[in-house]
Design a protein around this ligand. Structure first.
Ligand code: ARG
Length: 377
């Protein structure tokens, strides 16, 4: 099969499913298929209608095997930004997305879709998430988020200067085709941050932990009907374990468990005191408490699992086969307390979907060896 035939095949499969779900007639389907065939023959590609783009982006969320939050797939707000040509227009649309989705804490799941891949002029956002903290390898240890060290040094090479705190927001880095990448600071007012405190442990606030309110994944490719949208940042809201059991807890991230355990006066000299587990639970309680107190949407892993259960039932009622990635769907805290742990999921890839794409930048420096105990104020 040549490229045009392959594209038409993918397009047709999408159009039929999409139009049926939207209750469109078979006449409408056939008319649209003829049109698409013509467009592909003439231009080598075709253009989605805004309705197709909107429903395709929602289907892609519904098909995201690793996502526990899929019950809400129909509520996705889709911003069609395919008309934007320049880096600065794209950066502005991203800031608008951040503000719309943040909504002073009442988070709205949203996606902004930029021009799809076309020969030589692919749009890529170099950030893994629109909002993420910089990471610096200093002679006194790592400052900030160790996971960002590589992108941070690339931003510095491009001319960006961070304040050097543990929580500097990285600038947006946008590249079109083979032009040099451009960077844009995100206005501080656009980024909502949540200071972390504990409902009972007063000392917890003195750790000066904070996390940003909204996770915006920005490096995945949205594929709909054979068209690849290489820049299509999207957001939902956080589940507390993402922050409390991973970002703050992982040894290769903020590595806070030893500090928290010792402030809790736990015996950290033996595994059998389960000090890591106890510290982990209190950290997760603190994250949930702080987001609630700040009026920022967040879900705990038990409620998220219940919602996923409802999603499973809704999909079954619609006669759709459920797909899922068990290794990602189970929460990292108390997994066996959720129904997900006790089930089997089929991890097949169904499209439309959000796909991993290769890292757009090449590493310029050797990776520093992470220190066991990062310096932390
Ligand atoms: N796990 C990532 C983080 O901690 C965010 C991934 C998307 N999460 C979400 N709830 N939509 O930043």
């Amino acid at each position: 099969m040549n490229h045009h035939e392959q594209l038409y095949k993918e397009a047709a499969a999408f159009i039929v499913t999409c139009y049926e779900e939207l209750d469109m007639s078979s006449d409408a389907i056939n008319r649209r298929l003829v049109e698409i065939k013509q467009q592909i023959e003439e231009n080598g590609t075709y253009t989605h209608t805004s309705e197709e783009l909107e429903h395709g982006a929602k289907m892609a969320w519904r098909n995201s095997n690793r996502c526990i939050g899929r019950l809400f797939w129909q509520s996705l707000q889709v911003f069609d930004a395919r008309g934007l040509k320049q880096e600065d227009e794209i950066a502005q649309a991203i800031v608008d997305h951040i503000e719309y989705a943040t909504n002073a804490g009442k988070i709205r799941p949203s996606i902004t879709v930029f021009r799809p891949e076309e020969s030589g002029r692919e749009v890529r956002i170099w950030n893994h998430q629109l909002v993420r903290y910089a990471g610096y390898a200093t002679e006194h240890g790592i400052v900030g988020d160790p996971i960002s060290i590589e992108l941070t040094s690339i931003c510095q090479e491009l001319g960006w200067k961070g304040a050097g705190t543990h929580y500097d927001i990285l600038p947006l880095v946008i590249r079109i085709g083979d032009q040099p990448p451009k960077w844009f600071p995100i206005p501080e007012e656009a980024v909502l941050r949540v200071p972390i405190e504990h409902p009972e442990y007063e000392w917890f606030a003195d750790l000066h932990l904070q996390w940003y309110a909204v996770p915006f994944v920005s490096d995945m490719c949205l594929e709909i009907g054979g068209i690849r949208y290489t820049a299509a940042p999207f957001n939902g809201w956080y589940m507390e374990t993402e922050i409390g059991a991973r970002n703050f807890a992982d040894e290769q991230r903020y590595n806070m468990l030893p500090r928290i355990a010792s402030l809790m006066s736990l015996n950290t000299s033996t595994n059998t005191s389960l000090w890591k587990d106890k510290a982990l639970i209190e950290l997760n309680i603190a994250v949930l408490h702080s987001f609630k107190k700040a009026g920022v949407s967040i879900v705990d892993h038990h409620t998220a699992a219940d919602q996923f259960n409802r999603f499973e039932q809704a999909e079954e009622a619609k006669g759709r086969e459920l797909t899922g990635d068990w290794t990602w769907l189970i929460p990292p805290v108390s997994p066996a307390t959720t129904h997900i742990f006790h089930k089997h999921y089929n991890n097949e890839l169904v499209k439309p979907n959000y796909l991993k794409q290769d890292v757009p930048y090449t590493s310029t420096q050797p990776k520093p060896i992470p220190l066991k105990c990062p310096v932390h104020h």
